[in-house]
Design a protein around this ligand. Structure first.
Ligand code: DI6
Ligand code: FE
Length: 425
């Protein structure tokens, strides 16, 4: 492992218009991730920001003068700063829980059996429909806060437990309100094609037509950043998914897909065909689909929490992703059924233990590659001009982020230059 100390790139010098900085942290080590390989380490560093944007990322020794003269607030700190974590796949807005289902699965029932018997996603739909918008916000905020407390500064949040226009809209509005209330970055994903609601039993094609019809008004309200579907035997077929994607494309919305989680329906290749931002889960993805993802720059989002909770054994084609240069992201999939996981750092830990990612791959997967899986090019690395989204961790080396199971490692969490949460300095 390299522990070299690269110097700041040319052009990173502070400009007069950057001053005074709003904040400047000195003395820490940085894992900038601003390189193709390695952590991009800068020891005894400084990080400065203004107006929510990073303005200095480099060695403390290269600062043009006394820190106190450069910034309104100077913080002397130790530990490591990484880019803020980006959780690029969550279903954290929902009501109720499925702890009973967890017990049934431990007694041998499968996820598919439970879904076919009226449990699973549809039971969360009942609870979510019954909650009004304020109640849904109240129930969902603690999950977002838990993710932030362990270092997340951007959350993707999917709909998909409403399954009619008004309830999908309610979920997406709650997702936006979470961003406003907590100051965290939120990207919303419309997942109307998540499950078949009871009122459409036996009429899946009609339901898909309805999902496509709701997309435009929700988009016109500014509630949709991307469109997703659950392409699976217990979800929707590739042909139905294609109709959803065609509607998204006509509206200029990017797509992503729950693909190849429990079987290979060619979902990842379908996402790639639509130049999808990501194909997620991907345990059963074929070599041909991996090649298609590489060709179209579609990110593979690994969700080791669901793999762990469902006690799956089929590994995603990790070596093929590496060989083809498919970027691998890591996310929590925070949801009440298959992944009641409220820490992205824990997802990184599971990605290392179950999928044998290196700690560096897992960290890049939860930052740089996760940002790409959301189509965000303004975050995920520490670089001048990027959003001031970063976390100061109480650790001696970044590999510790994947080493500890649990623990309170995040000292300070900043999004857009504002401190969100954290423990003692
Ligand atoms: N795959 C998942 O991981 C979640 N949705 C999906 O299509 C699980 C959602 C749930 O079980 O509530
Ligand atoms: Fe999911």
């Amino acid at each position: 492992m390299s522990h070299s100390t690269p110097t700041a790139a040319p052009g990173d010098a502070l400009q007069p218009q950057d001053l005074p900085l709003d904040g400047l942290i000195v003395g820490v080590s940085l894992a900038t991730l601003d390189a193709d390989n390695g952590y991009g380490e800068i020891l005894d560093a400084a990080l400065g920001w203004r107006d929510g944007v990073l303005r200095y990322v480099g060695p403390r020794a290269d600062l043009p003068g006394d820190p106190a003269a450069l910034a309104a607030q100077v913080i002397v700190a130790d530990g490591w700063i990484t880019p803020g974590l980006v959780d690029c796949h969550t279903h954290l807005v929902f009501a109720g829980d499925r702890a009973r289902e967890f017990e049934l699965r431990l007694q041998g029932a499968s996820y598919e059996e439970i879904a076919r018997n009226g449990g699973g996603i549809v039971s969360t739909v009942r609870a979510t429909r019954a909650a009004d918008e304020d109640e849904l916000l109240r129930l969902s905020l603690p999950r977002a806060q838990a993710l932030i407390a362990d270092g997340a500064t951007t959350l993707e949040i999917k709909s998909g437990y409403g399954l009619d226009h008004d309830n999908e809209r309610k979920m997406l509005r709650v997702a936006r309100r979470i961003g406003e209330v907590l100051g965290v970055g939120v990207r919303t994903t419309y997942l109307g094609a998540h499950a078949l609601p009871p009122e459409y039993a036996g009429r899946a094609d009609d339901y898909i037509a309805a999902v496509c019809g709701w997309m435009r008004p929700l988009h016109e309200e500014g509630l949709i950043d991307a469109v997703d579907a659950f392409c699976e035997g217990i979800g929707f077929s590739a042909a139905q998914t294609r109709r959803v994607f065609e509607t998204a494309r006509a509206l200029g919305l990017p797509v992503k897909l729950h693909a190849d989680q429990l079987s290979d329906l060619g979902g990842a290749a379908l996402a790639a065909e639509f130049s999808g931002l990501s194909a997620d889960h991907v345990e059963y993805t074929s070599q041909a689909s991996v090649a298609a993802m590489a060709e179209h720059g579609t990110v593979a989002v690994l969700l080791p929490g669901a793999f762990h909770v469902l006690r799956e054994t089929r590994l995603p084609p990790l070596d093929a992703f590496r060989e083809h240069g498919v970027a691998m992201a890591v996310a929590t999939d925070c949801n009440p059924g298959t992944s009641p996981l409220q820490s992205l750092r824990q997802a990184m830990q599971l990605a290392c233990t179950h999928f044998r990612l290196t700690p560096l791959e897992a960290l890049r997967g939860a930052t740089v590659h996760a940002a790409r899986a959301l189509g965000c090019d303004d975050r995920g690395v520490l670089r001048v001009g990027m959003r001031a989204d970063f976390v100061r961790w109480r650790i001696g080396h970044p590999s510790e982020l994947c080493y500890w199971l649990g623990g309170a490692l995040a000292g300070d969490v900043y999004a857009g230059g504002r401190r969100l949460a954290g423990g003692t300095a």
